[in-house]
Ligand binder design. Structure first.
Ligand SMILES: *Cc1c(COP(=O)(O)O)cnc(C)c1O
Length: 413
């Protein structure tokens, strides 16, 4: 029996006691083709599968929205890496969020951290209401949770680290209180990837990802996924996956699966790069504040030590530049390796200004309450050489940062 056969593909229960992350990334959900011996499974583009008699398909598959070989393989790999018994793939991270919210009964209540991903905030405030699901936001979930829970509360939504201020939530602490009341906890783990954090191990019931980011990692696929251990959840969510039909193509599943095989290498390099840049920014007088969970100065560094692999900080950071919005804009134009663009988690480094880009849809007052000021720059570190990235950040900072007195000045907007 080879490594790619049963023990990894169908773990009797998670987590796997046998293989470590890199081995699972390469082999989980990657069987050799039983007919040709192909080491990499072909892309199965067929939308339909032959049946020998009515209701008797040749193999496991009937119709590609319901399931197909490439999606199955990818889902097995995600389940293995997130220490879940099950995983489901969707056509985007947003579709994953929508399906999880759709699984709630009409009239349900959700408690969410305040600085969630912009699209998640939009879904919670503009779409969930249409099926009478009400969401309460809080910037201090661990403190408020008990007082925010109502009889109809069904879900707690956590993003840790949060976007774009990189604040952390103690998953175990929240899950303990939620579970006393029979409430499920969802963690959006997009920012760290399963290599740095496995929320199910800390008590979360569902972990979700925008696969578009670290899991695919090459900025060429839009996809989402979630993983969990409960058979009841699997029944409900897999029914909705098929019924709603927000499924990824076989080709995208194959690409995302290929990307996932190097996640451990990419996440390590991105995190090392971000650590070096965060230290340099923190030491600069052109920077007001650095948000990075890998720094000792991060106010929840103790949570990172407990929840992240080896206390890693991940590849994302944000910082407030001296000189207000104008300086933030200029910084993003002056970098030569970092591309000014939304998104994150790819092999290439990116920068953006959340207040004007990813988080522009959130009213300014609410944004600033969550720490998203106009001078905040978000950085996604890629896997280029760290010294080159560091030099690029420092030269752009030199050109862009304004004098101290211009902080939050009104000269730009
Ligand atoms: C990008 C992102 C999403 C949404 O995923 P899409 O694939 O763009 O739909 C959700 N959460 C976080 C943290 C993200 O970064």
């Amino acid at each position: 029996m080879t490594l790619a056969e049963n023990p990894i593909d169908t773990p009797p229960r998670a987590p796997s006691p046998v293989y470590q992350f890199g081995t699972l990334a390469v082999h989980a959900g990657s069987p050799h083709d039983p007919v040709t011996g192909a080491v990499i499974e072909p892309i199965s583009l067929s939308t339909t599968f032959a049946q020998t008699s009515v209701g008797q398909p040749v193999g496991l598959y009937e119709y590609s929205r319901s399931s197909n070989p490439n999606r199955d393989n990818f889902e097995k790999a995600v389940a293995a890496l997130e220490h879940g018994r099950y995983a489901l793939a969707f056509s985007s991270g947003s579709a994953t969020t929508a399906v999880i919210l759709q699984s709630l009964a009409v009239g349900s209540h959700v408690v969410s951290i305040s600085d969630v991903y912009g699209g998640t905030h939009r879904y919670f405030t503009k779409v969930a209401l249409t099926h009478d699901v009400d969401v309460t936001f809080t910037p201090t979930l661990e403190v408020d949770i008990a007082s925010l829970i109502r009889p109809e509360t069904k879900l707690i939504w956590i993003e840790t680290p949060s976007n774009p201020t990189l604040s952390l939530v103690d998953i175990r602490k929240v899950a303990t209180i939620a579970h006393e009341k029979g409430i499920l906890v969802v963690v959006d783990n997009t920012f760290l990837s399963p290599y740095v954090q496995n929320p199910l191990d800390h008590g979360a019931d569902i972990v979700m990802h925008s696969v578009t980011k670290y899991i695919n990692g090459h900025s060429d696929v839009v996809m989402g996924a979630c993983a969990y251990n409960s058979p009841e959840l699997h029944e409900r969510l897999s029914f909705l996956q098929n019924a709603i039909g927000a499924v990824p193509s076989a080709f995208d599943c194959w690409l995302a699966h290929r990307g996932l095989k190097t996640l451990h290498l990419r996440a390590t390099q991105a995190s090392n790069n971000a650590t070096a840049i965060a230290h340099a920014l923190e030491a600069s007088d052109k920077v007001l504040l650095v948000n990075y969970p890998g720094l000792d100065s991060h106010k929840q560094r103790h949570i990172a030590q407990k929840q992240h692999r080896n206390g890693m900080g991940g590849g994302m950071l944000s910082f407030r530049i001296r000189g207000g919005q104008e300086a933030a804009y200029k910084f993003c134009q002056e970098t030569k390796i970092f591309t000014l663009a939304e998104s994150l988690g790819g092999v290439e480094s990116l920068v953006e200004v959340p207040g004007s880009m990813t988080h522009a849809g959130i009213p300014k007052v609410q944004r600033e309450e969550a720490g998203v000021f106009d001078d905040l720059v978000r950085v996604s570190c890629g896997i280029e050489d760290g010294e080159d990235l560091l030099r690029d950040v420092m030269q752009a900072l030199e050109k862009a940062a304004g004098p101290a007195k211009a902080v939050n000045g009104n000269g730009s907007a």
